[in-house]
Ligand binder design. Structure first.
Ligand code: ADP
Ligand code: ZN
Ligand code: ZN
Length: 747
């Protein structure tokens, strides 16, 4: 990479541009004199590249004429998409650490709407040309009744009205308005439809006042406030059981940063970015920007510009919000920091928490990582003193943690209970909860009707021909679907292996549970929430709203319902099967299971009534289940860390996962062997290289897959291997090769 020049912009005629291409270099372009002012480091430019025009960022200014002929920058639009020096440095870090090009890293940091031309829908605004002219026009009796109504509205709105709003307000069709335009009375402006959420929010959010802090919260807030005041980088782990008031700690720490004129970024898992969450922040701060996936690119771009101008004090969003261009970052909050959604599953495969810590360190900001079940990596950093540990061991208001009961589905007693998926114990508890007019949440971590379609005689399983995964049966349309590629088919009339008629269905999804509830509790009002039923955000909010209003007694759902919901009337949480997650072939499956059970259990008993949790399992002795039942994170962490150490897994080792895929298995295997050889040559003896192997999901959408796992004791070793891979030629023959540094999944 060309080092950024220290020479002033007006002295330079050539720039090094980072393009969004998987090519590990910058490209030189000439800047025509007319655009010189805009071609500064961090600025977005459009440049010609192999017959196309690509968008990139100026990474450096080059002084002196290059020895080869270069093209001119096509366009350097002044659209506010300039990356600040700290974001540019962050991009360089991401490129180096995760092994992508600088252009790929920078492209992921800026919303597309800012990078490319704004694509928001157009809308029309109507404005009065002049008050006097309108008065004269009316006085002369030239205006129709409709026109009079239109003019009356426009007089009171000198800034103009949207055409649609004006039609509604004046009870007219657009035609009298167009007539007024032709008569020279009114003007039309085309503008892009961009909802200004900052303004909207300020109007709508009801104020809340800070809580009187508990002694534990006070200690945490004091520690954070001192660090914020000192403008000194530091990372804190806020380890607080569910309902311990972590959010109140965030709010008061943010208040401190905002009072100093600095900004805060709050990262939340995408799934937890609910209206409820947002309301809690908007209730305390006036200038809150929310970045969410349902925004249009134009809205995102508008929010980005305002954030950059310092008009938002608090920015809330999922992982990409870590790149929000706040001018002076004071505090970074990562809520539920253990959540896998903070890691991006496409290039650049960054982890927002880890990148956030790097960004905070650069600018002297404070980081708070909050969780009831921190990632083991984070917990170990706290135990070893790299992060400061702040604990909230009890729930606010002296509320008890819910009492947890583990039901062994394999016990003779339960087996005698019958065919259903709701155990005798759980049925009794649901009945009690309903009689007490409490609400119930049931978690089944599978969508659809049955996990699989299987032959009860010979064990044949209906699988996806393209992905080597079992299909899931959906009752509403009678089809079996692949959850990886979307393939769907009807059920066979008989088992293809042993000819037993119509295989019996096995496994259980959210829909099965919904139906079983209908039979057992015919009077209960049941709602289901999973990604099949929640096709739109409105639907999701509608179900949550009905649950909150008490119009739903039992909410059945996948892990969507485990996060961030705070409903005081929930007295019972049931987990239909704790085993689904434990059975995954992944070294993190115990950690995931423990976390999920603890999170979902935390939804119970948040109000005045005590909460109960029932966990159904076929493995009642597994530590992830017994320790989740005891709600003992520290004991679970001890158990799991020991296991990780034995096998050299993170946090005791670092991983790089190379995944290769291709339609042609031979080309794939040959490239996989080449890559493995390259890794072997670059690595030291202590590094373990596993594979090339066939991963647990061997085929996706017709592509064969192979993977290689590199397990090293520290990151420098991973960096050395990555460097060797980056120098190698790109794969040919339709083979794709991706590098995943600190991978979260191995499937
Ligand atoms: P967590 O994020 O740790 O699960 P929350 O921040 O959601 O916990 O807090 C749980 C509930 O307790 C919320 O309804 C919150 O408003 C309330 N709460 C938090 N702190 C206090 C306090 N100091 N006094 C009274 N209520 C509080
Ligand atoms: Zn069979
Ligand atoms: Zn498939």
């Amino acid at each position: 990479m060309v080092p950024p020049s220290l020479l002033p912009a007006d002295d330079s005629t050539y720039v090094a541009v980072a393009l969004d291409l998987p090519v590990d270099r910058l490209f030189t372009y000439r800047v025509p004199a007319a655009q010189r002012e805009q071609a500064e480091v961090g600025h977005r430019v459009r440049v010609p590249f192999r017959g196309r025009t690509l968008t990139g960022f100026v990474a450096a200014l080059e002084h002196g004429e290059p020895e080869f002929s270069v093209k001119d920058v096509a366009e350097a639009p002044d659209d506010g998409a300039t990356l600040t020096p700290d974001l540019l440095r962050l991009g360089a870090f991401i490129a180096r650490y995760y092994g992508c090009s600088l252009g790929e890293a920078l492209a992921a940091m800026v919303p597309r709407g800012v990078r490319q031309k704004g694509k928001g829908r157009k809308r029309t605004r109507v404005q009065l040309c002049s008050l006097e002219a309108a008065d004269a026009f009316e006085a002369a009796g030239r205006a129709s009744a409709a026109a009079v109504r239109v003019l009356r509205r426009l007089r009171t709105h000198p800034e103009g009205l949207l055409l649609a709003d004006l039609c509604r307000a004046a009870h007219v069709s657009p035609s009298p308005i167009h007539t007024l335009v032709r008569q020279g009375m009114a003007l039309l402006h085309e503008e892009r439809e961009v909802t200004d959420q900052l303004e909207e929010a300020a109007r709508s959010a009801p104020r809340t006042t800070p809580h009187e802090l508990t002694p534990d919260q006070r200690r945490a807030v004091d520690a954070l406030a001192a660090a914020v005041d000192a403008e000194q980088f530091g990372t804190f782990l806020l380890l607080g059981v569910t309902g311990s008031g972590k959010t109140e700690v965030y709010l008061q720490a943010i208040d401190r940063a905002v009072a100093q004129g600095r900004q805060a970024i709050v990262l939340v898992p995408e799934i937890a970015l609910t209206p409820q969450t947002v309301r809690r922040f908007r209730g305390r701060f006036d200038r809150v920007a929310v970045l969410h996936s349902a925004m249009t690119e134009a809205e995102r771009a508008a929010a980005w510009r305002r954030i950059r101008a310092g008009e938002a004090d608090v920015v809330i969003g999922p992982r990409s919000a870590i790149f929000a261009p706040v001018p002076r970052l004071g505090l970074l909050v990562v809520d539920e920091e253990h959540e896998p959604s903070f890691k991006q599953q496409s290039t650049p495969r960054y982890h927002a928490r880890d990148v956030g810590i790097v960004r905070a360190q650069e600018v002297g900001a404070v980081v708070v990582l909050g969780s009831a079940t921190p990632a083991l990596e984070t917990y170990r950093n706290a135990c070893e003193g790299r992060y400061a540990l702040l604990e909230l061991p009890v729930r606010v208001g002296g509320r008890a943690l819910p009492s947890v009961q583990v039901v062994d589905r394999g016990s003779p007693d339960e087996r005698a209970f019958g065919q259903g998926h709701i155990s005798r114990t759980l049925e009794v508890r649901i009945g009690e909860a309903l009689r007490a007019e409490g609400q119930v949440i049931l978690l089944q971590n599978r969508r659809g009707y049955a996990t699989s379609v299987a032959c009860p005689r010979c064990g044949w399983l209906l699988g996806c021909g393209a992905c080597d995964l079992t299909l899931t049966f959906h009752r509403h349309d009678g089809l079996a679907r692949c959850h990886l590629c979307g393939h769907e088919e009807t059920l066979p009339l008989a088992c293809p292996d042993c000819a037993l008629p119509r295989p019996a269905m096995r496994g259980v999804g959210t829909q099965t549970i919904e139906e079983e509830l209908g039979r057992r509790f015919p009077d209960a009002r049941v709602a289901r929430m999973d990604s099949d039923s929640m096709l739109t955000r409105e639907h999701y909010e509608d179900v949550l709203g009905r649950f909150e209003a008490g119009d739903v007694d039992i909410l059945v759902g996948t892990q969507m319902i485990a996060k961030g919901l705070d409903f005081p009337n929930v007295v019972l949480v049931g987990i239909i099967s704790a085993d689904t997650a434990l059975a995954l072939p992944d070294f993190r499956s115990a950690e995931r299971t423990f976390g999920l059970l603890a999170q979902v259990a935390g939804r119970a008993g948040r109000g005045d009534a005590d909460g109960r949790v029932v966990i159904q399992t076929l493995m009642p002795g597994h530590p992830a289940i017994t320790l989740a039942a005891a709600q003992d994170y520290a004991a679970f962490a001890r158990y799991a860390l020991e296991d990780r150490e034995t096998f050299g897994y993170p946090p005791f080792g670092r991983l790089l996962r190379v995944v290769l895929r291709a339609k042609d298995a031979r080309a794939l295997d040959s490239r996989a062997r080449e890559t493995q050889g390259r890794i072997v040559r670059a690595a030291t003896r202590e590094t373990h290289i596993l594979g090339p192997a066939i991963p647990p999901v061997p085929r996706v959408q017709g592509f064969h897959r192979r993977h290689i796992m590199v397990k090293a004791t520290d990151h420098r070793e991973i960096a050395r291997v990555l460097e060797a891979l980056r120098k190698a030629p790109r794969p040919k023959g339709g083979v794709e090769e991706i590098w995943d540094v600190d991978p979260l999944g191995v499937i």
